[in-house]
Design a protein around this ligand. Structure first.
Ligand code: ZN
Length: 696
């Protein structure tokens, strides 16, 4: 479960207290923002270079290990692009062909191509990841066809289906690229609409929500997480992502995306030899087995091992993990995050995890939903080396895994804060947005002093305590995710946020030496939550839209609007012709937070779908469009970005004459296109090799 960046701009000075001062002057001159993209109602999107400081301090063994994991992460990324839309990989190939063959294309046309292609790269498809709405190519289709023909004449290679001409192919893709009204919504959770038939993603094909639910209830859904459900000859069929093991003499046939997974496997195998601990090597073996069998029991096995492995400095997330893309909340999108720990910061924040039972005992909910045996939680402050698939170029700031409830309850979970991502946000955000939307100078001053620590604590408490807390009622026979289709993700994120807001009051945090002033840190956290949910996040909802789609945005608005209407602690006020949201009573707000948190825990524990619907549809769904218009107008003169796409560090091996790796260096391309084209070329090349292995 991941916590998305709230807003780059309000992440002021996160970790400032613990940050090393740059010693080298070149660090000061570093470029973070590369460019800003805007097209119609998409953006502005900030493109930022990510830096992996500290990588050079790893041992050679760790560096080589990281390098192979990095390649494995890139290898399987096309799976997630295919999951986002059935035509996405074909569209990407077309756009990359156009992008790399500008000759003979007029200037305006080429600008349109560049903009569309970059936004496509950042979003891994033609759907905006915040609004869930499709964006389309500017200019006419006829012009586009002419440009593709020009590119082909100049050497661009475009693959064709058997028996299909280039013209036929372009006509087949026309609506996906040009028609905004065709399959307009990526993940459709609008009440009353069909969340499967009405969603444009590629997780299901030719079916409806009612059909899938009936089929699942009949016990036919075996591998919900790593499969696609397709209607064939009137029957629903589960198509599993796996390589099979026939090439190894086994009996399991290959499934979806066998070649991509085989490339990933080949790099995981190379990495295995460089693992830091025997358990880490064993776990990679388990992950490889899972990609071969596609059996979720093997995935569970891997996850258990992954949670237990807490020694090594380099770690990885790799698999079909988060379910946000699926309105039904069942199918995982492929993602990978390769990272290494920052030992000093980890030690500091690990203290929250060590005291998890203390906080669980003090949760505001009914005793029957409290855990009495909270497993020690592993909390790590990490630096990202690469994020692919669902994890990048748009990144989370905190991650808590695994998502499987039973594994979490028995074995615990691992939480991370993505330090270099947060740091990059900090370096690129504008202080002017805080000034514009804070009610008074006192709020600005408090944010200046305490917001970084408050943000930091918010992420830690959300990930370490939030997602890991609470117990399911014995009356609930299924996973809460299955009991709350369309509502689970929003509810779970709301729960984790409220845990952070609730426990920031606790003097224990001072006692264990993480913060020095609970009251001021708490106030800064509450101010920001209210300011953000009430006003600032509305900038991410473009004109013409009147509802929220992204789970974290919905959960934030739901929490704050519920408190505003029910807890007598927040007010909406006018000052100098502008609207503000402010906390009027912090103590009452904490009482309200406790009350709402207790109810949300009850809903999750009991799987109370009617109550979840009522809460989220009432408070978290529709926005105040007049207020949104005002926010956008006030934002106009500010350096805002709706979200950020990261250019990842590049790892380059240094080899001796015999071809042995003697070092691995980081390089920073400062160029989104260059990186994306390299990734595509790498996957294409490697897949050919995998084909040969699988056909043995
Ligand atoms: Zn979360």
């Amino acid at each position: 479960m991941k916590k998305l960046i709230v807003l780059a701009v309000i992440f002021s000075q996160l970790f400032a207290q613990h940050k090393d001062k740059p010693k080298h002057s070149s660090l000061m001159e570093r470029k973070y923002t590369i460019e800003k993209l805007q097209m119609g109602d998409v953006g502005p999107v900030r493109i930022v270079q990510l830096y992996a400081d500290g990588f050079e301090k790893l041992s050679l063994k760790e560096k080589v290990f990281t390098y192979y994991l990095y390649q494995s992460a890139i290898a399987a990324r096309d799976i997630s692009i295919d999951q986002r839309h059935r035509d996405a990989l074909e569209i990407r190939e077309l756009m990359e062909a156009l992008y790399t063959h500008p000759k003979g294309i007029d200037k305006k046309s080429y600008e349109n191509i560049v903009l569309y292609t970059k936004l496509f790269w950042v979003n891994n498809s033609q759907y905006d990841n915040i609004t869930s709405r499709k964006f389309v190519m500017q200019g006419s289709f006829e012009e586009f066809v002419a440009n593709v023909n020009t590119a082909v004449k100049n050497g661009a290679k475009i693959s064709l289906n058997k028996g299909e001409t280039l013209t036929q192919k372009l006509e087949r893709l026309q609506r996906a690229i040009f028609d905004k009204t065709f399959e307009p919504v990526h993940t459709n959770k609008t009440p009353g609409e069909d969340m499967i038939a009405g969603s444009a993603n590629n997780l299901y094909d030719g079916t409806t929500f009612a059909e899938v639910e009936a089929w699942a209830k009949a016990g036919k859904e075996k591998n919900p997480l790593n499969s696609k459900v397709v209607k064939e000859n009137g029957q629903l069929v589960e198509k599993i992502y796996r390589t099979g093991n026939k090439h190894l003499g086994g009996t399991i046939p290959a499934g979806m995306y066998a070649e991509d997974l085989q490339v990933a496997i080949s790099y995981l195998e190379k990495a295995k030899a460089y693992a830091s601990t025997p358990l880490q090597a064993e776990n990679l073996g388990k992950l490889i087995k899972f990609y071969q069998t596609g059996d979720l029991n093997d995935w569970r096995d891997y996850n258990i091992g992954w949670v237990k492995e807490t020694e090594s400095q380099v770690d990885m997330i790799h698999g079909f993990i988060e379910v946000y893309l699926d309105a039904r909340g069942a199918k995982g999108q492929f993602e990978s995050v390769v990272n290494f720990a920052n030992p000093e910061l980890t030690e500091l924040f690990q203290k929250v995890g060590t005291n998890a039972q203390y906080f669980e005992d003090r949760m505001p909910w009914d005793a029957q939903y409290k855990k009495s045996d909270v497993k020690p939680l592993k909390y790590t402050v990490i630096n990202v080396v690469v994020e692919t698939g669902d994890a990048g170029p748009v990144s989370a700031i905190g991650i808590n895994l695994p998502n499987e409830q039973d594994v979490r309850e028995q074995y615990g979970s691992k939480s991370v804060t993505l330090y270099n991502i947060v740091d990059a946000y900090d370096k690129t955000g504008g202080k002017d947005i805080l000034k514009e939307f804070a009610f008074d100078a006192q709020e600005v001053e408090r944010a200046d002093k305490y917001a970084s620590l408050a943000d930091n604590m918010h992420t830690a408490l959300h990930e370490v305590l939030g997602h890991a807390s609470g117990k399911i009622s014995p009356n609930l026979k299924v996973d809460p995710q299955a009991a709350l289709p369309g509502y689970y993700s929003t509810l779970e994120e709301a729960r984790a946020d409220l845990v952070a807001l609730y426990h920031i009051w606790d003097p224990k945090l001072v006692e264990i030496g993480i913060i020095s002033n609970t009251m001021e840190t708490m106030k800064a956290m509450y101010d920001k939550e209210v300011r953000n949910a009430g006003l600032v996040q509305l900038q991410r909802v473009p004109k013409g839209h009147d509802q929220l789609e992204e789970d974290h945005m919905k959960n934030r608005q739901m929490n704050v609007h519920w408190l505003w209407k029910n807890a007598d602690c927040i007010e909406q006020v006018q000052k100098d012709g502008k609207t503000f949201f402010r906390v009027t009573d912090y103590e009452k707000m904490r009482v309200g937070v406790g009350k709402l948190l207790a109810e949300i825990q009850r809903i999750k524990s009991e799987g109370d779908l009617a109550a979840a619907k009522l809460l989220i549809d009432t408070y978290g769904f529709k926005i105040d469009t007049t207020l949104r218009d005002e926010v956008l107008q006030r934002m106009e003169k500010l350096d805002r970005a709706v979200y950020t796409g990261f250019v990842m560090p590049k790892l380059e091996p240094v080899k001796d004459k015999k071809g042995n790796i003697t070092d691995v260096k980081t390089a920073y391309p400062l160029d989104l296109a260059k990186q994306m084209l390299e990734y595509s070329a790498f996957t294409k090349r490697e897949k050919e090799k995998a084909k040969a292995i699988l056909s043995k």
